[in-house]
Design a protein around this ligand. Structure first.
Ligand code: SAH
Length: 401
């Protein structure tokens, strides 16, 4: 008998497995909740399987990866679903409809993984250029079809695979990035909040731009009229350029990455804002100390550091680092001015982060009002079962005079 490679395998939950949660929409099943026999363990990572509960009743169609702790990622509640180009096209269409409603130009996160029904898949759109992060084995296997589906729905001409995501290793995937279609343009400018940002698709951090901060950039811009602005951990000038477009008197961007600051300067020039923009390449903590020593004061200070507490073991040290940032940043705020503090740490939840900020502000000898509490922009929807995907927090305080 010849083996039919298209025949779908079945994977079953243990008798006490989370069948109810899956029926209510939970997107994952961990390996220890599954019956893993020799046959199941031999399945290729990223295989599409039929998922059953302990009583053999169907739960849906899922992607299976025997190498990952997240062994099952639900794809479709229909146990007979075919995960093919048409299915992918439908998911991408649904995702696109939300973004088309939210934004005037085709610059946004198009696919935000589980929340958009494509588990582990991130797609950022820069007009005709799509940057795909296939961070789950099933997406890696179906990548050519996914790339076609993305192009069909969006009309984009260029697709770049960014394999730098930290979670790929947990799925047994390599870190080899490549162009899947078209040509990546050398200079790419993205309009957001009245400024134009330069995104570096091939060499930049993340996928080139932090779209998740757009709504928080916009709020900072509202505080920026006539203000002297300090943007610490500026990257490509996310907050600084929005603030300048919002009428800031001047903005200083601080980052330890020279290439990031060069992109920020390109964006400032393209936006016609460069006369009021300056950069300083330095460690953020040192730069804040130095500015303090120079008695520099700003009407708005923003600090948006990298994840200091990406996972639980780093939580305590991470919270202390956020407190230190808050203390040093507060010292640079003109009394009556504003302070915006951000965290993209999964492990530090909002109350923990807020407490760290308040301790830092208190240690700087200041009192504050909390005037804004923001999260990732709505092109980064949250899957209701994955609280940790609400990773981004942005708090704005007014430092009382
Ligand atoms: N605020 C940006 C995103 C910041 S990402 C936006 O809204 O688009 C975090 C940035 O911190 C990165 O650009 C990284 O280069 C920088 N960074 C990391 N560690 C640093 C340090 N110790 N000092 C200064 N910058 C640092």
């Amino acid at each position: 008998m010849t083996h039919d490679p298209t025949a779908q395998a079945t994977v079953r939950l243990r008798p006490k497995g989370p069948a109810r949660a899956v029926r209510f929409g939970a997107p994952w099943v961990y390996a220890d909740s599954l019956v893993l026999d020799r046959r199941t363990k031999a399945l290729t990572p990223g295989s599409i399987v039929r998922l059953e509960d302990g009583e053999r009743a169907p739960l849906g169609t899922a992607a299976f990866n025997p190498l990952s702790k997240i062994a099952i990622r639900l794809l479709d509640p229909d146990p007979g679903a075919r995960i093919d180009r048409a299915w992918l096209v439908e998911r991408v269409r649904t995702a696109l409809a939300l973004r088309a409603r939210l934004f005037d130009t085709p610059h946004y996160r198009l696919i935000h993984a589980e929340a958009d029904g494509l588990p582990g898949v991130i797609v950022d759109r820069f007009d005709d250029v799509l940057v795909v992060q296939p961070n789950a084995a099933w997406a890696e296997r179906l990548l050519p079809t996914l790339s076609d589906a993305l192009q069909e729905v969006t009309g984009a001409t260029c697709v770049y695979k960014n394999a730098s995501g930290r979670t790929r290793a947990l799925e047994g995937l390599d870190d080899h990035s490549e162009i899947l279609a078209g040509v990546v343009p050398e200079a790419l400018f993205v309009p957001m909040n009245g400024a134009k940002y330069r995104a570096d698709i091939l060499g930049g951090q993340k996928t080139g731009l932090f779209y998740d901060q757009r709504a928080n950039h916009a709020f900072a811009a509202r505080l920026a009229k006539e203000a002297r602005v300090l943007d610490v951990f500026s990257h490509v000038g996310g907050f600084a350029l929005a603030a300048l477009a919002g009428g800031a008197r001047m903005a200083l961007g601080v980052d330890s990455s020279g290439p990031a600051l060069a992109l920020a300067e390109d964006g400032a020039r393209e936006s016609g804002l460069d006369a009021r923009f300056a950069t300083r390449k330095a460690d953020a903590f040192d730069a804040m100390d130095a500015l303090g020593a120079e008695a520099a004061r700003f009407d708005l200070v923003i600090a948006d550091p990298p994840a200091f507490a990406p996972a639980k073991p780093a939580l305590e040290a991470g919270l202390r680092a956020y407190e230190r940032v808050a203390r040093k940043a507060t010292a640079l705020v003109e009394p009556g001015g504003c302070l915006m503090l951000c965290s993209c740490s999964h492990a530090a939840d909002l109350p923990a982060f807020r407490t760290a900020c308040l301790r830092g502000i208190g240690k700087a000898g200041a009192r504050a009002q909390l005037i804004y509490s923001g999260a990732a922009s709505p092109d980064h929807p949250t899957h209701p079962y994955l609280a940790e995907s609400t990773y981004l927090k942005a708090l704005a305080f007014r430092i009382l005079p």
